[in-house]
Design a protein around this ligand. Sequence first.
Ligand code: CO8
Length: 264
Amino acid sequence: TAPAAYENILTSTPKPGVGLITLNRPKALNALSSPLFKELNDALSKYENDEEIGAIIITGSEKAFAAGADIKEMAPLTFSSAYKSNFIAPWSYLSSNVRKPVIAAVSGYALGGGCELALMCDILYCTATATFGQPEIKLGTIPGAGGSQRLTRAVGKSKAMELILTGKNFSGKQAGEWGVAAQVIEGGKDELLAAAVDTASVIAGYSRVAVLGAKEVVNKSQDLGVREGVEFERRVFHAIFGSRDQKIGMTAFAEKKKPEWSNE
Ligand code: CO8
């Protein structure tokens, strides 16, 4: 399919099975405006519905993953205009509707809404020099796209309070030490993207059914207690015995062959 004509993002397929979305609003350091989010959601839904795609990457530029929600767009909002338009509700599309794994590859600034967007992704890779933070307090507001919830789950209450109440930034190196990032990649944007593409390609090479199930059960751990979470996991595990790929995978192991997934 021909790439859609987007103004704020770029899309490509760097390896078979991998859908790459590059935030591309360089003059505003990829500030997340409503038009940008509309395009991001459109690209995500196209990859979500594309049988060829098994994993998605969201990245930005060397200088900025995203420097936050668009402050110029937000400045004039009133309570009633934000409430009536359900401002930022479309941001939840990624965390609520995208079932394929999404990797954030973060170089440069990931501030405010940019940090929140990275935290919504399933796996976060960054460079050591990336700059994360929730600086909303400095603008007289608070995180509004899940930062208070996801950052707190990632780093614990005391550290999240300190970060959100002071608005202080933290580095990619710290993101790795604190478990916000799965990997801190040595080097710059090219090495970062190469690592993200490699991981996305590995995931895209597995059974789509098993990958969807794995993401679903890990996400449940964020909402359920351990006991209900383990019961939920067991039910999905049972359900996957109904897939063709479970038979293909286990038969291939016994026959010492490489599995050829049916994605069924
Ligand atoms: N919104 C709009 N424009 C921005 C933003 C932003 N978040 N960040 C940068 N820009 C623009 C600048 O205004 C500037 O534009 P212009 O050239 O027209 O003046 C251009 O990008 C380049 O920026 P700078 O000249 O400032 O670049 P520097 O390298 O000097 O500084 C910084 C880089 C430190 C990242 C700086 O730009 C900065 O502090 N940006 C704002 C960071 C911030 O406060 N982010 C949080 C925003 S609030 C938020 O995200 C709330 C989330 C709530 C939920 C989600 C709601 C949608």
